[in-house]
Design a protein. Structure first.
Length: 168
């Protein structure tokens, strides 16, 4: 039983707000991305954020109603696997643009900052959780956000590498 379930529910409501914001951002920007690898990654991240939203809603409801964690809901995250970075790369010969446009760089930077903030927020909630289930859940959520950050960082590195090559 979490004696501070109300505080964790408030934290989850904040987290739900940014998960929804991120899902909308990734979905919308995937539609306008000219770089195929960026489009593919943004579509994946939109799905990830939707999964996070669904799990958060279920766990928030359980905490509100019963003041405790549901292992069944927590286990939903175990199915939320982040694939390797290479799976997002589209063969350069198949893409129209291998170099990012300036606004796409801005989009990736925004997304990286957002994922970093989310990671830190979940780490804070982990510290507030009293039971092992809550700590494990928020640690897992923090790790997912870190993996999203790493994917974005690797894509930025790969695509800016292409830019450097094109300038030579």
């Amino acid at each position: 039983m979490e004696s501070n379930a109300g505080e964790l529910v408030k934290g989850m409501e904040i987290a739900l707000g940014f998960e929804k914001e991120f899902m909308k951002f990734y979905s919308e920007k995937a539609l306008t991305a000219k770089n195929a690898s960026l489009k593919k990654l943004f579509l994946f991240l939109a799905e990830q954020e939707k999964t996070h939203e669904t799990v958060l809603e279920k766990i928030k409801k359980m905490l509100k109603e019963k003041g405790k964690w549901s292992n069944e809901d927590i286990s939903l995250l175990a199915k939320n696997i982040v694939p390797s970075f290479e799976s997002f790369l589209v063969n350069e010969s198949q893409q129209k643009r291998t170099i990012l446009e300036e606004n796409e760089v801005d989009l990736i930077l925004w997304a990286m900052r957002a994922e970093k903030r989310a990671k830190e927020f979940y780490a804070e909630l982990k510290e507030k959780a009293e039971g092992n289930e809550g700590k494990a859940f928020f640690e897992q959520m923090s790790e997912f956000e870190n993996q999203h950050f790493e994917l974005l960082d690797k894509l930025m590195e790969k695509l800016t590498e292409n830019y450097s090559k094109a300038k030579r």
